[in-house]
Design a protein around this ligand. Structure first.
Ligand SMILES: C[S@@+](CC[C@H](N)C(=O)[O-])C[C@H]1O[C@@H](n2cnc3c(N)ncnc32)[C@H](O)[C@@H]1O
Length: 261
Protein backbone atom coordinates (compact mmCIF):
# COMPACT_ATOMS: atom_id res chain seq x y z
CA UNK A 1 0.00 0.00 0.00
CA UNK A 2 2.89 2.31 0.79
CA UNK A 3 4.21 1.94 -2.74
CA UNK A 4 0.76 2.48 -4.21
CA UNK A 5 0.37 5.70 -2.25
CA UNK A 6 3.80 6.88 -3.28
CA UNK A 7 2.95 6.07 -6.86
CA UNK A 8 -0.34 7.93 -6.65
CA UNK A 9 1.29 10.99 -5.17
CA UNK A 10 3.94 10.77 -7.84
CA UNK A 11 1.33 10.77 -10.59
CA UNK A 12 -0.08 14.09 -9.53
CA UNK A 13 2.91 15.74 -7.92
CA UNK A 14 5.27 15.33 -10.83
CA UNK A 15 4.06 17.86 -13.32
CA UNK A 16 5.97 19.21 -16.29
CA UNK A 17 9.60 18.46 -15.51
CA UNK A 18 10.79 18.72 -19.09
CA UNK A 19 12.06 22.20 -18.29
CA UNK A 20 14.78 20.66 -16.19
CA UNK A 21 16.78 20.03 -19.34
CA UNK A 22 16.21 23.41 -20.98
CA UNK A 23 18.65 26.30 -20.96
CA UNK A 24 17.38 29.35 -19.11
CA UNK A 25 18.28 32.89 -18.14
CA UNK A 26 21.07 33.57 -15.65
CA UNK A 27 20.27 32.76 -12.08
CA UNK A 28 19.19 35.59 -9.83
CA UNK A 29 19.99 34.79 -6.22
CA UNK A 30 20.32 38.24 -4.75
CA UNK A 31 16.95 38.18 -2.93
CA UNK A 32 15.84 35.39 -0.64
CA UNK A 33 13.74 32.80 -2.47
CA UNK A 34 10.54 33.73 -0.63
CA UNK A 35 10.68 37.34 -1.77
CA UNK A 36 11.52 36.38 -5.34
CA UNK A 37 8.62 33.95 -5.44
CA UNK A 38 6.20 36.51 -4.07
CA UNK A 39 7.40 38.92 -6.76
CA UNK A 40 6.22 36.29 -9.28
CA UNK A 41 2.83 36.10 -7.55
CA UNK A 42 3.52 32.75 -5.88
CA UNK A 43 3.29 32.13 -2.12
CA UNK A 44 6.72 31.92 -0.50
CA UNK A 45 5.84 28.66 1.27
CA UNK A 46 5.12 26.97 -2.08
CA UNK A 47 8.40 28.16 -3.56
CA UNK A 48 10.35 26.98 -0.53
CA UNK A 49 8.79 23.52 -0.80
CA UNK A 50 9.57 23.42 -4.49
CA UNK A 51 13.16 24.53 -3.98
CA UNK A 52 13.77 21.18 -2.33
CA UNK A 53 13.25 19.35 -5.63
CA UNK A 54 14.89 21.83 -7.99
CA UNK A 55 18.48 21.03 -9.01
CA UNK A 56 21.10 23.38 -7.55
CA UNK A 57 21.85 24.99 -10.91
CA UNK A 58 18.20 25.74 -11.64
CA UNK A 59 16.77 28.97 -10.29
CA UNK A 60 13.27 29.92 -9.28
CA UNK A 61 13.19 32.42 -12.16
CA UNK A 62 13.99 29.67 -14.66
CA UNK A 63 11.20 27.57 -13.20
CA UNK A 64 8.73 30.45 -13.57
CA UNK A 65 9.83 31.05 -17.17
CA UNK A 66 9.53 27.33 -17.98
CA UNK A 67 6.07 27.24 -16.43
CA UNK A 68 4.92 29.97 -18.81
CA UNK A 69 5.88 28.03 -21.91
CA UNK A 70 3.00 26.25 -23.68
CA UNK A 71 2.93 22.52 -23.15
CA UNK A 72 3.58 20.50 -26.28
CA UNK A 73 1.28 17.68 -27.34
CA UNK A 74 2.26 14.25 -28.46
CA UNK A 75 0.44 11.27 -29.86
CA UNK A 76 0.91 8.07 -27.91
CA UNK A 77 0.25 4.73 -29.53
CA UNK A 78 -2.10 2.76 -27.29
CA UNK A 79 -0.70 -0.75 -27.26
CA UNK A 80 -4.03 -2.13 -26.01
CA UNK A 81 -5.47 -1.38 -29.45
CA UNK A 82 -2.69 -0.66 -31.93
CA UNK A 83 0.99 -0.81 -32.68
CA UNK A 84 3.54 1.63 -34.01
CA UNK A 85 3.28 -0.30 -37.26
CA UNK A 86 -0.51 -0.06 -37.47
CA UNK A 87 -0.79 3.70 -36.96
CA UNK A 88 -0.09 5.86 -39.99
CA UNK A 89 1.68 9.22 -40.04
CA UNK A 90 3.35 9.10 -36.64
CA UNK A 91 6.39 10.92 -37.96
CA UNK A 92 9.89 10.26 -36.73
CA UNK A 93 10.16 12.54 -33.71
CA UNK A 94 9.93 10.17 -30.81
CA UNK A 95 9.35 11.58 -27.31
CA UNK A 96 12.55 10.50 -25.63
CA UNK A 97 11.06 9.71 -22.23
CA UNK A 98 8.17 7.51 -23.31
CA UNK A 99 7.95 4.46 -25.56
CA UNK A 100 5.64 4.72 -28.57
CA UNK A 101 4.97 8.46 -28.15
CA UNK A 102 5.67 10.97 -30.94
CA UNK A 103 5.74 14.75 -31.00
CA UNK A 104 2.93 16.41 -32.92
CA UNK A 105 3.70 19.26 -35.29
CA UNK A 106 7.41 18.68 -35.07
CA UNK A 107 9.34 20.06 -37.98
CA UNK A 108 12.40 18.31 -39.31
CA UNK A 109 13.58 21.39 -41.22
CA UNK A 110 13.93 23.56 -38.12
CA UNK A 111 15.50 20.66 -36.24
CA UNK A 112 14.05 21.74 -32.93
CA UNK A 113 14.94 19.32 -30.23
CA UNK A 114 13.37 18.79 -26.85
CA UNK A 115 16.26 20.72 -25.32
CA UNK A 116 16.08 23.68 -27.71
CA UNK A 117 12.56 24.91 -27.23
CA UNK A 118 12.47 28.68 -27.66
CA UNK A 119 9.73 31.14 -26.68
CA UNK A 120 8.82 31.57 -30.34
CA UNK A 121 9.03 27.87 -31.12
CA UNK A 122 5.40 27.09 -30.68
CA UNK A 123 4.25 29.57 -33.29
CA UNK A 124 6.82 28.32 -35.78
CA UNK A 125 5.84 24.72 -35.22
CA UNK A 126 2.12 25.41 -35.43
CA UNK A 127 2.42 27.19 -38.75
CA UNK A 128 4.85 24.79 -40.34
CA UNK A 129 4.37 21.59 -42.22
CA UNK A 130 4.32 18.29 -40.44
CA UNK A 131 7.12 15.99 -41.28
CA UNK A 132 6.35 12.87 -43.23
CA UNK A 133 6.91 9.60 -41.50
CA UNK A 134 10.25 8.00 -42.00
CA UNK A 135 10.73 5.68 -44.95
CA UNK A 136 11.61 2.83 -42.63
CA UNK A 137 8.51 3.23 -40.54
CA UNK A 138 6.44 3.62 -43.68
CA UNK A 139 7.56 0.41 -45.26
CA UNK A 140 7.22 -1.60 -42.08
CA UNK A 141 3.69 -0.56 -41.18
CA UNK A 142 0.85 -2.84 -42.11
CA UNK A 143 -2.62 -1.47 -42.83
CA UNK A 144 -5.30 -2.46 -40.41
CA UNK A 145 -9.06 -1.98 -40.70
CA UNK A 146 -10.23 1.38 -39.42
CA UNK A 147 -6.86 3.06 -39.57
CA UNK A 148 -6.38 6.31 -41.49
CA UNK A 149 -6.13 5.86 -45.24
CA UNK A 150 -4.41 9.15 -46.04
CA UNK A 151 -0.97 7.71 -45.57
CA UNK A 152 0.43 7.49 -49.04
CA UNK A 153 0.76 11.23 -49.53
CA UNK A 154 3.06 13.48 -47.56
CA UNK A 155 0.86 15.56 -45.23
CA UNK A 156 1.04 19.31 -45.65
CA UNK A 157 -1.22 20.22 -42.72
CA UNK A 158 -0.75 19.37 -39.06
CA UNK A 159 -2.51 16.07 -38.47
CA UNK A 160 -5.83 16.49 -36.67
CA UNK A 161 -5.41 13.40 -34.54
CA UNK A 162 -8.67 14.07 -32.69
CA UNK A 163 -10.52 13.55 -35.98
CA UNK A 164 -8.47 10.60 -37.15
CA UNK A 165 -9.73 7.03 -37.38
CA UNK A 166 -6.77 5.91 -35.31
CA UNK A 167 -8.06 8.16 -32.52
CA UNK A 168 -11.68 7.00 -32.71
CA UNK A 169 -10.64 3.36 -32.79
CA UNK A 170 -8.52 3.91 -29.67
CA UNK A 171 -5.21 3.18 -31.30
CA UNK A 172 -3.80 6.54 -30.24
CA UNK A 173 -4.20 8.94 -27.34
CA UNK A 174 -3.26 12.61 -27.68
CA UNK A 175 -1.77 14.28 -24.61
CA UNK A 176 0.88 16.72 -23.46
CA UNK A 177 4.21 14.95 -23.58
CA UNK A 178 5.08 16.22 -20.11
CA UNK A 179 2.02 14.46 -18.69
CA UNK A 180 3.77 11.18 -19.47
CA UNK A 181 6.76 12.02 -17.27
CA UNK A 182 5.15 10.78 -14.04
CA UNK A 183 4.09 7.59 -15.77
CA UNK A 184 7.60 7.11 -17.14
CA UNK A 185 9.06 7.70 -13.67
CA UNK A 186 6.72 5.14 -12.18
CA UNK A 187 7.43 2.56 -14.88
CA UNK A 188 11.11 3.13 -14.34
CA UNK A 189 10.80 2.78 -10.56
CA UNK A 190 8.96 -0.56 -10.76
CA UNK A 191 10.60 -1.99 -13.88
CA UNK A 192 7.61 -4.24 -14.48
CA UNK A 193 4.13 -4.41 -12.93
CA UNK A 194 4.12 -6.30 -9.63
CA UNK A 195 1.61 -9.07 -8.94
CA UNK A 196 -1.82 -7.64 -7.96
CA UNK A 197 -0.35 -4.13 -7.68
CA UNK A 198 -2.86 -1.24 -7.45
CA UNK A 199 -1.87 2.20 -8.71
CA UNK A 200 -3.97 5.12 -7.56
CA UNK A 201 -4.50 7.97 -10.00
CA UNK A 202 -6.00 10.52 -7.65
CA UNK A 203 -7.05 13.01 -10.32
CA UNK A 204 -7.72 10.82 -13.31
CA UNK A 205 -9.85 12.70 -15.89
CA UNK A 206 -9.55 12.87 -18.81
CA UNK A 207 -7.40 9.76 -18.51
CA UNK A 208 -4.04 10.47 -20.10
CA UNK A 209 -2.02 8.87 -17.33
CA UNK A 210 -4.62 6.24 -16.44
CA UNK A 211 -4.81 4.94 -20.01
CA UNK A 212 -1.01 4.95 -20.33
CA UNK A 213 -0.76 2.98 -17.09
CA UNK A 214 -3.44 0.53 -18.24
CA UNK A 215 -1.46 -0.23 -21.37
CA UNK A 216 1.63 -0.84 -19.25
CA UNK A 217 -0.31 -3.17 -16.93
CA UNK A 218 -1.72 -5.28 -19.77
CA UNK A 219 -1.06 -8.99 -19.31
CA UNK A 220 -0.53 -8.53 -15.57
CA UNK A 221 -2.77 -8.90 -12.53
CA UNK A 222 -2.18 -5.26 -11.62
CA UNK A 223 -4.79 -2.52 -12.05
CA UNK A 224 -5.30 1.24 -11.80
CA UNK A 225 -7.72 2.81 -9.34
CA UNK A 226 -9.10 5.86 -11.13
CA UNK A 227 -10.40 8.62 -8.85
CA UNK A 228 -12.15 11.66 -10.27
CA UNK A 229 -14.49 13.81 -8.19
CA UNK A 230 -15.89 15.92 -11.02
CA UNK A 231 -18.87 14.09 -12.49
CA UNK A 232 -18.77 15.88 -15.84
CA UNK A 233 -15.12 14.99 -16.23
CA UNK A 234 -15.87 11.41 -15.20
CA UNK A 235 -17.92 11.11 -18.37
CA UNK A 236 -14.92 12.06 -20.51
CA UNK A 237 -12.73 9.74 -18.47
CA UNK A 238 -15.06 6.79 -19.06
CA UNK A 239 -15.31 7.61 -22.77
CA UNK A 240 -11.54 7.56 -23.07
CA UNK A 241 -11.23 4.35 -21.04
CA UNK A 242 -13.80 2.63 -23.27
CA UNK A 243 -12.29 3.95 -26.50
CA UNK A 244 -8.81 2.79 -25.54
CA UNK A 245 -9.89 -0.62 -24.24
CA UNK A 246 -8.61 0.28 -20.77
CA UNK A 247 -11.70 -0.66 -18.75
CA UNK A 248 -10.55 -4.17 -17.77
CA UNK A 249 -7.50 -2.69 -16.08
CA UNK A 250 -9.42 -0.07 -14.05
CA UNK A 251 -10.87 -0.36 -10.55
CA UNK A 252 -13.15 2.27 -9.05
CA UNK A 253 -12.87 3.88 -5.62
CA UNK A 254 -15.85 3.87 -3.23
CA UNK A 255 -17.65 1.14 -5.21
CA UNK A 256 -18.49 3.87 -7.70
CA UNK A 257 -18.17 1.85 -10.86
CA UNK A 258 -19.85 3.83 -13.64
CA UNK A 259 -22.40 2.18 -15.89
CA UNK A 260 -20.92 1.39 -19.28
CA UNK A 261 -24.01 -0.22 -20.81
C1 LIG B 1 -5.07 18.19 -14.81
S1 LIG B 1 -6.44 17.15 -14.60
C2 LIG B 1 -5.70 15.57 -14.42
C3 LIG B 1 -5.18 15.04 -15.73
C4 LIG B 1 -5.08 13.54 -15.76
N1 LIG B 1 -4.30 13.01 -14.62
C5 LIG B 1 -4.49 13.06 -17.08
O1 LIG B 1 -3.31 12.65 -17.10
O2 LIG B 1 -5.21 13.09 -18.08
C6 LIG B 1 -6.86 17.47 -12.92
C7 LIG B 1 -8.09 16.71 -12.45
O3 LIG B 1 -8.10 16.77 -11.03
C8 LIG B 1 -9.42 16.80 -10.60
N2 LIG B 1 -9.43 17.32 -9.24
C9 LIG B 1 -9.56 18.60 -8.83
N3 LIG B 1 -9.53 18.66 -7.47
C10 LIG B 1 -9.36 17.39 -7.02
C11 LIG B 1 -9.25 16.82 -5.73
N4 LIG B 1 -9.31 17.56 -4.64
N5 LIG B 1 -9.07 15.48 -5.65
C12 LIG B 1 -8.98 14.73 -6.76
N6 LIG B 1 -9.09 15.22 -8.01
C13 LIG B 1 -9.28 16.54 -8.14
C14 LIG B 1 -10.12 17.67 -11.61
O4 LIG B 1 -11.52 17.42 -11.65
C15 LIG B 1 -9.42 17.27 -12.91
O5 LIG B 1 -10.16 16.29 -13.60
Amino acid sequence: MGKACAAALGIYALADLSFLRLPGPPRARSWPLGRRAEASGVPASYAEQFAGVLPDDFSWEEFVEASKRPLRPCVRVNLLKGTVQSVERLGSHHVSWFPDAYWIQQVEATALTEAQELPSAWARIASAKVTSRSATASSSRARIPGASSASSTKPTQPIGWGRDAAFFSGQVYVQEASSLLPVAALMDAFGAPKKDMRLLDMAAAPGGKTTALCAWLANSSAAVVANEPNVARCKVLVENLLRTGSMPKVRWPNSAKPSTG
